[in-house]
Design a protein around this ligand. Structure first.
Ligand code: COI
Length: 351
């Protein structure tokens, strides 16, 4: 089924160079609406502001969830979407947790393909750049009662972007967060809902003030086990063995996390998904057994970590350099995404 397009009067000037993440947006977006018990077909419309009533429910109770995925354009002009269907599946899981009616995943995928195709000239080709895609759903009831809304919008916007961290594929630093928690079991930590991010900003700001890039979250109950980094999942390499926190109900099931586990296994590298205590991490950092830490995420891709702060600073591996496993994963993952390497896992749709 084709997607209706409402054309722009005039198109924007495309930037000659892409700098940073999520700052520039294309000419069009996709918008569908839920009203009277069903989603409409939606349409591709000019990228523009919404009009929201001051009482719109999302502004008060945060009933909203989102996704992040990427499209790449290579030198032959092929446009490649990475694991897009998995993102729409996860979006529906998040919507379910917030009592938001599910979207039709096939319709969403068709709309995304049509939108990205229309905007293919916006997809940057320089190394380290891509078209970041942000699908999201929010409640738009015009009333202040706390209950599931009856009206929603499903939107997809596109942002030609460079690296999420200003320094690109260069190590970042993390502060072990002992004061605040991100999520607890039974809460929303395993879902990509907006409140998780709002609640993380204070700790993130304090970490930056203390000289770190982000926080390493611990579990809410015992403050003993490592969970994730907020914009990434986290991996450790202990004596050649790769270990990552298991999906325990309060960690986001990252699609990049899953891709990395599959790549590592295909390389014959043992990966353990299990509870990882912060004591084990700090002991490994002291003894030197912990040779690498890296984060994984759509925006962050693979981000090596070279400094961990807690009661003091621990340097992991060589300061300023990525470890071998993180570098291999970066090459393999971005190679598959951009088409430089063959897509042996069947993750890419060329559209
Ligand atoms: C992503 O990696 O796509 C994210 O959503 C993380 C962050 C930019 C919020």
């Amino acid at each position: 089924m084709s997607v209706n397009i409402i054309k722009c009067g005039s198109l924007k000037q495309k930037p000659s160079e892409i700098v940073g993440f999520g700052k520039c947006f294309t000419d069009y977006m996709y918008v569908a609406e839920y009203e009277n018990g069903s989603w409409n077909d939606g349409a591709i419309v000019p990228y523009d502001a919404f009009s929201l009533a001051p009482c719109s429910s999302v502004l008060h109770y945060g009933q909203a969830a989102f996704e992040g995925l990427k499209a790449y354009r290579n030198k032959n002009g092929d446009v490649r979407l990475f694991r897009a269907r998995d993102n729409f599946k996860r979006l529906n899981t998040s919507l379910g947790r917030l009592c938001i009616p599910p979207i039709d995943e096939q319709k969403a995928y068709n709309a995304l393909k049509a939108l990205v195709n229309l905007e293919r000239e916006w997809i940057p080709v320089a190394d380290g750049t891509s078209l970041y895609i942000r699908p999201y759903v929010f409640a738009d009831d015009k009333s202040l009662g706390v209950h599931a809304a009856k009206r929603y919008k499903f939107v997809i916007i596109l942002s030609p972007s460079g690296a999420y961290y200003a320094r690109g594929f260069a190590p970042v630093s993390l502060k072990v967060e002992r004061r605040y928690v991100r999520a607890s079991k039974g809460g929303t930590g395993a879902y990509k809902v907006v409140g998780n991010y709002a609640a993380s900003i204070l700790a993130g700001d304090e970490a930056v003030r203390d000289g770190y890039d982000q926080v390493l979250w611990l579990d809410a109950q015992e403050r003993k086990y490592v969970e994730e980094v907020g914009s990434m999942n986290i991996f450790f390499v202990f004596g050649g063995k790769v270990v990552t926190p298991e999906l325990n109900g309060s960690i986001l099931p990252g699609i990049t996390r899953d891709s990395c586990i599959k790549i590592l296994k295909s390389e014959g590298i043992h990966v353990e998904e299990r509870a990882v205590s912060v004591d084990e991490v700090l002991a490994g950092a002291k003894s030197g057994e912990l040779t690498e830490i890296f984060g994984t995420g759509t925006a962050a891709v693979i981000s090596p970590v070279d400094r961990l702060g807690d009661d003091g600073d621990y340097i992991i591996g060589e300061r300023g350099k990525s470890g071998k496993i993180a570098a291999m994963l970066y090459e393999r993952l971005t190679g598959i995404q951009t088409g430089k390497l063959s897509d042996t896992f069947d993750w890419v749709d060329v559209i």
